[in-house]
Design a protein around this ligand. Structure first.
Ligand SMILES: *Cc1c(COP(=O)(O)O)cnc(C)c1O
Length: 361
């Protein structure tokens, strides 16, 4: 079986965890501080604050930027539920806007149309590791005086116009969940440009304390442990090589699948340098194709089958035709850095067999 995703943990990660266990400082400490500095260097960010998940990073980024009850935040509905959950958990209202069909990210025209007097922020998602259209989104945010928070959970080291994502907005959130392009086990990182925002994130992740027992605000415990940071630091050193390999794998898949009937291979926007968290095609008869792939020993995934606004947790009604169409047609194929060229050939052959079969049915 060729898995759809696979976390790559090696001897270096195990040695790093061992070193922390031997040192005895298990909670947030010097490994977390070093991870923050190294991540800031890697993405070209001024401030990084490590937390216990990508969802925590989104939530603290929003709260530290002043988002709360009475505010509206424009988000895509074609994303993982954490994007909108983080908005709702601040007490603000998520307002769902449609996506551009070619790149699956927020459509700037739809965002502009969704702005109201209560809009306080825009939160684009760099879905599948493909950057959202940051130039027009930054322009909309500036025109209306809105906060811009990037959900970069799937887009470590992705570029847009020569700049790394996570550095366009007031703040950004990365995730280190095991299936992401790099992992710390669980974990997240808030990236921000402004020192005051960074300080508020540091307070909010640790009960509102900078000095012990001198709590300044009401906060959470969303700290990252030194065990997780030690894993993340090793993974960060491997990320550039893994990203190269994902790009190679995506190019091989697109060359092999480009001409198949009923298959649309992923497009890349002119300024975009995606990092292929997912390699996602649109395919006619998607569910039958996915079953055929499973029978051929090729794992695949549907990210995401249901628009977030329609989930029971939100139950809202928005008219988002591009989002609905994407939910019904997307299929993500294996693209992770552990695939060999033989694996890629097997994936392409299985897709070719599946679409021929699906057309015949
Ligand atoms: C994974 C993910 C998150 C949440 O990250 P966790 O570390 O799982 O909390 C948020 N947004 C998107 C788009 C994601 O893919």
């Amino acid at each position: 079986m060729i898995p759809a995703a696979r976390p790559l943990i090696g001897a270096e990660e195990r040695a790093a965890v061992d070193r922390v266990l031997a040192g005895g400082n298990l909670a947030q400490g010097p490994e977390v501080a070093a991870f923050e500095a190294e991540f800031a260097e890697a993405v070209g960010a001024r401030h990084c604050v490590a937390v216990n998940s990508g969802t925590s990073a989104l939530l603290l980024a929003l709260v530290a930027c002043g988002i709360g009850p009475g505010d509206e935040v424009i988000v895509p509905s074609f994303t993982f539920a954490a994007t909108a959950n983080a908005v709702a958990l601040t007490g603000a209202q998520p307002v769902f806007a449609d996506i551009e069909p070619a790149h699956f990210c927020l459509d700037p025209d739809a965002v502009a149309a969704a702005v109201t007097p209560r809009t306080a922020a825009i939160m684009p998602v760099h879905l599948y590791g493909h950057p959202a259209a940051m130039d027009p989104l930054v322009a909309i945010a500036q025109r209306h005086g809105l906060i811009l928070v990037e959900d970069a959970a799937q887009a470590h080291l992705a570029g847009y116009g020569g700049r790394t994502v996570g550095t366009f907005g007031h703040a950004a959130a990365f995730s280190f969940y095991p299936t992401k392009n790099m992992t710390s086990g669980e974990g997240g990182m808030v990236v921000c440009a402004d020192g005051d925002v960074a300080r508020r994130v540091r307070l909010l992740r640790n009960q509102g304390m900078e000095q012990r027992y001198a709590n300044e605000v009401v906060g959470w415990n969303m700290r990252m442990t030194d065990l997780h940071a030690a894993i993340g630091r090793v993974q960060l050193t491997r990320l550039p090589g893994w990203t190269e390999r994902r790009r190679h794998n995506a190019a091989v898949l697109s060359a092999a699948l480009g001409g198949l009937p009923g298959v649309t291979v992923p497009a890349v926007a002119p300024q975009a340098e995606p990092v292929w968290h997912q390699y996602t095609v649109r395919v006619a008869g998607r569910d039958a194709v996915q079953r055929h792939l499973a029978e051929a020993g090729v794992g695949s995934g549907v990210y995401y089958p249901t628009p977030v606004h329609r989930l029971a947790s939100f139950g809202l009604s928005f008219d988002l035709p591009q989002t609905t169409a994407a939910c019904d047609s997307v299929l993500s194929l294996p693209v992770h850095p552990d695939l060999t060229d033989t694996d890629l050939r097997a994936v392409a052959d299985a897709v070719a067999g599946a679409v021929t079969g699906a057309v015949a049915r």
